[in-house]
Design a protein around this ligand. Sequence first.
Ligand SMILES: Cc1cc2nc3c(=O)[nH]c(=O)nc-3n(C[C@H](O)[C@H](O)[C@H](O)COP(=O)(O)OP(=O)(O)OC[C@H]3O[C@@H](n4cnc5c(N)ncnc54)[C@H](O)[C@@H]3O)c2cc1C
Length: 556
Amino acid sequence: MSAKPPPFVLKTSAAFEQVFPTLTEAQVARIAAVGRRRPVKAGEVLLRAGEHGQRFFVVTRGQIEVVPKGATFVISYRPGQFSGESSTLSGRPVLANVEAVENGEVIELDREQLLALVQTDAEIGEIVLRAYILRRVELIANGFGDAVVVGSDHNPGTLRVREFLTRNGHPHTYVDVERDPGTQEMLDQFHIGVGDVPVLICRGTLVLRNPSNAEIAACLGFNEGVDTERIRDLVVVGAGPAGLAAAVYGASEGLDALVVESNVPGGQAGSSSKIENYLGFPTGVSGQELTTRAYTQAQKFGADLMVARGATRLACARKPYAIEIEDGVRISARAIIIATGAEYRRLPLANLSAFEGNGVYYAATYIESQLCREDEVVVVGGGNSAGQAAVFLAGTARKVHMLVRGEGLAETMSRYLIRRIEQNPQIDLRVRSEIVALEGASGLERVRWRDAGTGLEETHPIRHVFVMTGAVPSTAWLKGCVALDEGGFIKTGPDLTPEDLAEAHWLGTRPPFLLETSLPGVFAVGDVRGGSIKRVASAVGEGSIAVAFVHRTLHE
Ligand SMILES: Cc1cc2nc3c(=O)[nH]c(=O)nc-3n(C[C@H](O)[C@H](O)[C@H](O)COP(=O)(O)OP(=O)(O)OC[C@H]3O[C@@H](n4cnc5c(N)ncnc54)[C@H](O)[C@@H]3O)c2cc1C
């Protein structure tokens, strides 16, 4: 008989009582009022790894255990303690078997009952949500999960797969082939070559070679259980801060809301290492942390979320509208909030993401200017935003190297800015120049650029690069359904001219609401909206405001 694995040990600084709380008798009684008491027998499997019907158990007598397949630990729950972690709320497949150790009794709730409980009982809701978030963090810290990534730190595909799993909050084990020669031998036996890396071993059975994000989502069941058949009150497209805010407010106000996200929850903000200007976080908050909390909050209120499934078309000819997503699936909606954001034009450098927020910035505000006080900086771009950034940063930086790909600024920048740049001795304008390499160990340390005219390259010890080459709105999929401005951003509310409305055949007897597009009942929020302020707080604000107008259109 094999020895029983040792008990689970916390790897983070979380307090044990918060990760595995014991409920009071009064709290257990409130759960019993909505659930079902039932006896369990020693050895009975209450939940099986991979199964979809998530359930929640509170132990009232005896003991139950979480027994991960091949794991090096077990988690025990005694009377007053409850089972589950984030996937219990999200409805994703069960991560590990849950078994009764001895004859006893549990209170059982299905997922719908659990969602109703955490929404209505604030005290229990807080205890369960906090425990679930902390348990998920602990599983990740313990390297436990039903996914194993075999790859290399030097392989961009490995970074993509790990980022996709991490930003979806999915625990996984990582094996680096370069640090573990035995792994390479194993891969050789399966004829898995260099081009197949990374390999994802999914749920201990399926082996995927260099999988796409959609394949990973399918294999791990991220979107299972999401009903795409019924007509939704609200479909939100995009799960950045704007879309997540719309989902939280929509679902919490009783709307049947579904969010469709082409990549991972969090959007641009999710990639920010520290957001310092978001209200209520005086010491800053990582984009990942902020958006993970928002994602859990949306799920708590019952919003559904599909990841790695982008909207490819808006069927706008008649109501209810429909969002077509990859694989030809159509989701009908009474109202739609478009929150697809904008993609900042990025530098074509393989290691760029390692420095984003840590030396490479897409905004030049007071905060960034303080970070590079008395330092040399690079501003990339020849448009007005780059010009404004260069002039602004020249006020605090020792020197601003302005790199422009074209022959000069005249074509792309306002005359007054060109004059200011020319007259400012702190600004060194380099035309026909582009960055060819970024270097540094823990942050950006050196920048190399090339003069395309002379072919010469030079390396400078510079720790701050501002990429101000503009943003492209993610609106190509809308194909003529809503009015766009000259930059391709969506026009809304008072920005829509009578001509826009006439062209769009606006049928309403009222003018469009604030944030409403030229299509009644379809709203645009956040970075994708023309004239929006490209900030997390404004995206969140717009997402929540739009929901108020969704209610009004649903009652029309
Ligand atoms: C590196 C970096 C650091 C930043 N730091 C700060 C900061 O410190 N403070 C601050 O206030 N702002 C900061 N910003 C700006 C801020 O992140 C954005 O203004 C904010 O994220 C906009 O939110 P959004 O929801 O409108 O769009 P996004 O965050 O861009 O989210 C849009 C989402 O829609 C998805 N999507 C796109 N097309 C489709 C489709 N067809 N179907 C389904 N989904 C789709 C995308 O994958 C994405 O997840 C930073 C931006 C970057 C890039």
